[in-house]
Design a protein. Structure first.
Ligand SMILES: C[S@@+](CC[C@H](N)C(=O)[O-])C[C@H]1O[C@@H](n2cnc3c(N)ncnc32)[C@H](O)[C@@H]1O
Length: 262
């Protein structure tokens, strides 16, 4: 994208007539790719915060301070799919909730309560504002490390009708795969244990290196340990703003699998 910038920016201006364009540069990517791009406004004016609509919900997005673009647009389709598995009055668990995007969708679809967990205080703060903006109640916000909170929830005998696990990328390269799979095993095993019989679990990998097949293997192994059977009810991949180009395998980076936990 850095190389194509002189072509992409005029095209964006021409097609979308934006008020402004903000360039985000991750330090990690800049160092790995050897690029010297700077972060900041590269066209027009960009306010710190904008409000966007996704489906029938409004979200506040902090562009300079938020993670990535400030909003995980690639999960738009997944957040719609999740509504199909929310029963009236259901209790939900949104792990790695960021600004509460799955949690808000669960409540909209009829959940009565959702526990939303994220390690980032800024994300939780914005999540609370998003709930207020949409006049949504019933979300309990918890600023915590998901890995610490899972065992605690199990020891307290908690269980949920729907559990969403949407972690950050645990494997930025091939060497990180074994560790990432151990992380997934822990998350999925605990997630299954926390799902009521007949409830639903959705798990995502946003790393190209952790494939759909890896997720399926971990689901099978965790189900065996938990002595539960899993029925696959849906699958998803990233939404259209991150196109999946068949000839470029690493463009399919976000995978989601939805199971009924029997
Ligand atoms: C891929 S994003 C989640 C996106 C979100 N589900 C959505 O739909 O917008 C991953 C999130 O995990 C959070 N996070 C990273 N490590 C964590 C940890 N160990 N415990 C809790 N949250 C964590 C980040 O702050 C980030 O908000």
């Amino acid at each position: 994208m850095s190389k194509l910038k002189d072509w992409v920016i005029p095209a964006l201006i021409d097609l979308l007539k934006p008020k402004g364009i903000y360039q985000k540069v991750s330090e990690y990517v800049a160092s790995v790719e050897g690029i010297e791009e700077k972060e900041g406004i590269i066209y027009g004016e960009v306010p710190e915060e904008v409000i966007l609509w996704e489906h029938d919900l409004k979200f506040i997005v902090n562009i300079p301070e938020g993670q990535k673009t400030g909003f995980f647009l690639d999960q738009r389709k997944a957040r719609k799919i999740i509504r199909n598995f929310v029963k009236q009055g259901a209790e939900g668990l949104d792990l790695f909730c960021h600004t509460g995007n799955f949690a808000l969708n669960m409540i909209k679809a009829g959940a009565s309560k959702v526990l939303a967990v994220d390690i980032s205080s800024k994300a939780i703060e914005l999540g609370k504002k998003n709930a207020e903006l949409n006049q949504i109640s019933g979300i309990e916000w918890l600023e915590a490390n998901v890995f610490d909170i899972l065992k605690k929830l199990i020891s307290e005998g908690r269980s949920f009708d729907i559990v969403v696990i949407d972690p950050p990328s645990f494997a930025k390269n091939r060497a990180a795969i074994p560790n990432a799979l151990r992380g997934y095993k822990e998350l999925i095993l605990r997630g299954i244990q926390l799902t009521k019989p007949g409830g639903y679990l959705a798990v995502y990998s946003c790393s190209f290196h952790i494939t759909r097949e890896h997720l399926l293997e971990v689901l099978i192994s965790a189900a065996r340990d938990a002595r539960r059977q899993l029925r696959v009810v849906a699958e998803s991949f990233q939404d259209l703003d991150h196109p999946w180009i068949l000839q470029i395998p690493n463009t399919l980076y976000l995978k989601g699998i939805y199971v009924e936990v029997l």
